[in-house]
Design a protein around this ligand. Structure first.
Ligand code: NAD
Ligand code: MG
Length: 384
């Protein structure tokens, strides 16, 4: 039987690559619903190609235009954040691909798991903000969670068939756009430079997050929740080639790694096809053409954001929620040219310094802290 997919964030980088996977295996996968934030024309085009039952435009101001564009089809058109979570939980959906960016992904992740879906999760922010709640829901009504993030997919693949505890995981980091830029030059870098990632083509926010290593910090938190690890079991290494996607070291010192040419369709497809593997047109990795795989320690002075992940793991509660909210605001301000590049970290640090932590938060607490942290970050930015 075909897997029926709700694709949240179909117009984004992960969303479009998910559609490529579906297109390649029409006998295996079927898109039941697709959602986008504001790019309604692209969503309408995708809907005409994949003919889902429904589409959702999260920004309701585009509802009329999208409805009009699909008026001659049977596709149902909805609008608003709640509709995104509703299509994820719908009865005719087997798998939810959550390819939303930011805090907006949390509610749909929760809704998917509560409704017993398999959640193929690209939206790492769900776990950064509320990993305790999200992981606590895995198994409800038979629900499951499979990671799409390439590092976590690599770890997940290394763990298949293993039953013994792990010694540690080694999460690799490309180093992002400024890996070869001296720390003292970072205050003058431009948005265009920051958006030029050496190895991956991704959405704007995650490209900035990769350059600050906030993305890697988020992935440390993500790994903690997905694989139940202690902070000292998660190591990060800079690996400029992005060929080793991550590694697991076992108790006997044996290390398993998952390798390949950087291509997000691999982890996306694996999340959908697990435990099977499906054919993909990715070329074989050529070791002789790429004989150098190198690793080095992260410069913690140049990349202070990475230590915040370990701070969040130690503190727990709403620390990750504050981290995510302040970062979202700061990255948007940087992309909007309202602050400089190094102000991103300063904004996050300010939010941590200003806001108290809530232990054992509920989803309502997370929503409140998300609002507060955004307000505090906006205030800080307005004064700069
Ligand atoms: P993107 O910006 O390219 O796409 C985001 C999608 O979410 C778009 O379809 C957009 O319409 C939708 N969206 C944005 N804000 C929304 C909101 N408030 N409400 C509803 N929908 C909204 O982002 P991306 O690069 O595809 O990343 C998506 C997620 O996957 C992120 O969490 C990112 O960290 C993670 N991820 C991405 C990659 C990658 O290669 N792009 C790799 C690993 C993990
Ligand atoms: Mg990643």
């Amino acid at each position: 039987m075909k897997q029926r997919i709700a694709l949240l964030g179909s117009t984004g980088s992960i969303g479009c690559q998910t559609l490529e996977v579906v297109e390649r295996h029409p006998d295996m996968f079927e898109v039941i619903s697709m959602t986008a934030h504001s790019r309604w024309q692209q969503l309408a085009e995708q809907a005409r190609q994949f003919m889902p039952d429904s589409v959702v435009i999260a920004d309701p101001t585009h509802y009329a235009a999208l409805s009009e564009a699909l008026a001659d089809t049977d596709i149902k058109v909805y609008a608003g954040d709640e509709a995104v979570a509703q299509v994820a939980a719908a009865g005719n959906v087997d798998v939810v691909v959550n390819a939303l960016v930011g805090y907006a992904g949390l509610a749909p992740s929760v809704a998917s798991l509560r409704a017993g879906k398999k959640l193929a999760l690209a939206n790492k922010e769900s776990l950064v903000v509320a990993g305790d709640i999200v992981m606590g829901l895995v198994g409800t009504e038979g629900s499951a969670l499979v990671p799409i993030d390439s590092e976590h997919s690599a770890i997940f693949q290394c763990l298949v068939g293993e039953h013994s505890p792990v010694r540690k995981v080694i999460v690799t980091a490309s180093g992002g756009s400024f890996r070869d830029t001296p720390a003292e030059e970072l205050s003058n870098v431009t948005v265009e430079q920051a958006l030029r990632h050496p190895n991956w083509s991704m959405g704007a926010k995650i490209t900035i997050d990769s350059s600050t290593l906030v993305n890697k910090a988020f992935e440390v938190i993500e790994a903690r929740w997905l694989f139940g690890l202690r902070p000292e079991q998660i190591e990060v290494l800079i690996h400029p080639q992005s060929v080793v996607h991550s590694m697991v070291e076992f108790e006997d010192g044996a290390i398993k790694a998952q390798l390949g040419t950087p291509d997000m369709r691999v982890p996306i497809q694996y999340a959908l096809s697990f435990p099977a593997r499906l054919e993909l047109d990715a070329p074989s990795f050529d070791f002789l053409a790429n004989p150098e795989l190198t690793f080095r320690a992260v410069d913690r002075v140049k990349y202070p954001a990475l230590d915040l992940a370990y701070h969040c793991l130690r503190e727990g509660g709403t620390a990750g929620c504050i981290f995510n909210a302040a970062n979202e605001v700061a990255v948007a301000a940087f992309l909007g040219r309202r602050i400089g590049y190094t102000d991103i970290y300063k904004t996050i640090a300010h939010a941590f310094d200003t806001l108290p932590l809530v232990a054992r938060p509920t989803l309502d607490d997370y929503a409140e802290v998300n609002r507060e942290a955004r307000r505090v970050a906006e205030q800080f930015i307005a004064k700069r």
